[in-house]
Design a protein around this ligand. Structure first.
Ligand SMILES: [Zn+2]
Length: 406
């Protein structure tokens, strides 16, 4: 069994529950995963550092003194009932790639650091990509540390605790200068598998807007109010959701999901008076998201005119698409050629730490296939041979990026 496969099996035991893996930020399981990472890095004499949020770095030295490092990594935390590859693969693969450079006696001008970003999933403390956001200056360190979980524990408290806290014997990190950032991740979607290709070079990380849509009508007796006189909030919500579906389908590489709906009074013999649903629109093209949002607003106006319903649309979150660095993508392309593999360009529908790092350094991502496109579930799977090809592509990409970045 190759190192990457063996280690991912080992790591999957940390935080294992009856159903899936649970490693939320600053819990005992997540801390144990960080310690496990430290043990592996120490075995190769990589210099370890951590920052106040628990981002963890293992450095393989470069030859040029003072050159900023190339960072390579992902995250060790999981969603509740998570699987063994999301995030974990990118961290383990980064270490394996560093070791591969060692074993080949390959020197790099830049230091290369394997990074485990803290709290990517945002499950416990309500902020996604927390560690990489703080590192990139998107959220202030103090604000991040003040975030509170559902039990009322602040991140600062959790990171000061014995159970989930910072590691005792790892020195503090100084500086956030970065020459480039590379992240290898499982695709979490079905595109690579469908195309029969093992490697994807990510073009952009999709932008995302999230909304809460509330449709208000009038309730009444399900038997006595004639159809023409109804203001049925659920029927209006259905109209709007289908209009959004049509609009998203008409755009390229755009998806829209109404994943949750609540109906009041939610009784079989009462006309619904209120329907509240969530809407999530994503695309790598901002104008496409605009177009779907206009369809949403037009449809709300339409159900007002036709059904006498009042709709309010709250935008809860808006993130711009983040293109990956073209030159770094070219480096990855050449690296993949050099190991005799083939890659296609793919967008990333999911958010990743790379989205944050792209704010401060040239950034690019590589995907390997997810079996059945499934992820964020205990039985997410990537074939062992694909995991291995990913590590090789990553090591070659580091070597190639080292020649190009400043
Ligand atoms: Zn991830």
């Amino acid at each position: 069994m190759s190192a990457v496969v063996e280690r991912l099996r080992e790591l999957a035991q940390i935080g294992r529950q009856e159903y899936g893996i649970d490693r939320a930020l600053a819990t005992p399981a997540e801390r144990a995963a960080r310690k496990w990472f430290v043990t592996l890095a120490r075995a190769r004499n990589y210099a370890l550092t951590q920052d106040p949020l628990g981002n963890l770095f293992a450095r393989r030295d470069g030859t040029r003194a003072g050159a900023p490092p190339i960072l390579v990594g992902s995250h060790l935390d999981t969603v509740p009932t998570g699987g063994p590859y999301d995030g974990a693969y990118g961290v383990v693969a980064a270490l394996c790639a560093l070791e591969m450079l060692d074993d080949r006696n390959a020197q790099t001008e830049h230091s290369v650091e394997a990074v485990a970003w803290a709290g990517e999933e945002g499950g416990r403390f309500p902020f996604g990509c927390l560690g990489s956001s703080a590192f990139a200056g998107i959220i202030e360190m103090q604000r991040a540390l003040a975030l509170v979980d559902s039990e009322g524990t602040s991140l600062a408290q959790a990171l000061a605790s014995k159970e989930g806290g910072l590691l005792d014997d790892v020195p503090a990190r100084n500086g956030t200068r970065v020459a480039a950032y590379l992240e290898l991740h499982v695709e979490q979607g079905p595109v690579l598998e469908a195309e029969g290709v093992v490697l994807g070079i990510v073009t952009a990380i999709a932008g995302q807007r999230r909304y809460r849509v509330t449709v208000k009508g009038e309730s009444g007796h399900a038997g006595t109010v004639p159809m023409a006189q109804r203001s049925d909030a659920l029927c209006g919500a259905a109209d709007i959701i289908l209009a959004v579906e049509r609009a998203a389908t008409a755009q390229e590489k755009t998806v829209a999901t109404a994943g949750r709906i609540a109906v009041e009074p939610n009784a079989p013999n009462v006309i619904p008076m209120r329907a509240v649903f969530s809407l999530d629109i994503r695309s790598t093209v901002d104008a496409a998201i605009d177009a779907v949002e206009s369809a949403l607003r037009d449809s709300a106006a339409d159900v007002h005119a036709r059904r006498r319903l009042h709709t309010s649309i709250e935008r809860l979150e808006s993130r711009q698409p983040v293109p990956m660095d073209p030159k770094l993508r070219d480096c990855i392309g050449r690296a993949i050629d050099s190991i005799g593999q083939r890659a296609i360009n793919v967008p990333s529908g999911a958010g990743h730490d790379a989205r944050c790092l792209a704010q401060i350094a040239p950034t690019a991502m590589i995907f390997v296939p997810s079996v059945g496109g499934r992820s964020h579930v205990p039985d997410e799977e990537t074939k062992p041979e694909d995991l291995e090809v990913g590590v090789e592509a990553l090591a070659a990409s580091i070597a190639e990026a080292d020649k190009f970045v400043v």
